[in-house]
Design a binder for this molecule. Structure first.
Ligand code: 5RP
Length: 262
């Protein structure tokens, strides 16, 4: 990536840069997936290379693993780490209780496993991701390829009794073929428009055979770092009940801004 960053990329970058301050020497850190998380990985890589930060990272996708190695972060598996001090990841939507929709990158299963195995989860997002009610963004669910059309029909039937505004579903495609996750599964996107009871929906979806996991992250996120295009960040901590606004010096470093692949 070269030239001036767009306001949205600046917002993602400052959120990631601020969240990198949560990371301390010796930590085992879950590394999220997506364009905002890619900024985070780059920021942490710079801290490893230039400040001697010592961390071990557990990536949530093969593409994050590749980027982490590329920027110099030691990559380990979740089984090697067993438990993590912190996970930092992006989100597609977050509400006032810091409940999330995740999975537009198709990595929701590993993301949820990693975030749940962490003492703390910090979400990084631009302000456009904040919503009053979850569901404007399609909710991804990861499904087993075997009988996926039957699973889709079952999901649609179940949605009739759920507190949602829309009920259509679509199989996520990658060109002409179904999208395949890192775990070899497919993704169904649920077009719900508004989710009235996200906790209930998450539980019901996960009870269906064929559904591996859903993209609702309920009571998992501890803090969100919200970036703005002018360099401002809000840090909201749900446990402390605090909101702090800060401004980051925005310096376009050559290393960080070169050839960002996402
Ligand atoms: C991937 C995710 C991402 O974190 C989410 O889609 C946000 O992505 P981006 O930072 O590119 O907007 O859940 O599965």
């Amino acid at each position: 990536m070269s030239g001036e960053l767009s306001p949205i990329d600046k917002a993602k970058f400052v959120a990631a840069k601020r969240a990198a301050q949560y990371v301390e020497d010796g930590m085992r850190v879950g590394l999220g997936t997506g364009s905002t998380a890619a900024w985070l990985v780059r920021c942490l890589g710079e801290m490893v290379r230039e400040d001697g930060l010592k961390i071990r990272g557990v990536p949530t996708s093969t593409r994050t693993a590749m980027l982490a190695r590329e920027v110099g972060i030691q990559v380990i598996s979740l089984d090697e780490a067993k438990w993590l001090d912190l996970t930092i990841d992006g989100a597609d939507e977050f509400d006032g209780d810091l409940n999330l929709i995740k999975g537009s990158g198709g990595a929701l299963l590993q993301e949820k496993i990693v975030a749940t195995a962490s003492d703390q989860m910090v979400v990084i997002a631009d302000i456009g991701k904040e919503v009053e009610h979850l569901g404007g963004f399609p909710l991804p669910i990861e499904v087993i390829p075997f009988g996926w059309q039957t699973t889709q029909a079952l999901v649609e039937e179940t949605l009739i009794s759920m507190d949602v505004l829309g009920r259509s579903t679509s199989l996520r495609m990658n060109g002409d073929t179904p999208f395949v996750t890192d775990e070899g599964n497919h993704i169904l996107d649920l077009h719900l428009n508004r989710i009235g009871n996200a906790r209930q929906l998450a539980l019901v979806l996960n009870q269906m055979p064929g559904v591996v996991e859903n993209g609702l992250f309920i009571d998992i996120c501890d803090a969100v770092v919200i970036g703005y295009g002018d360099g401002r960040v809000d840090v909201r901590d749900i446990n402390e009940g605090t909101v702090a606004t800060e401004r980051l010096d925005f310096v376009e470093s050559d290393n960080l801004f070169a050839d960002l692949s996402e």
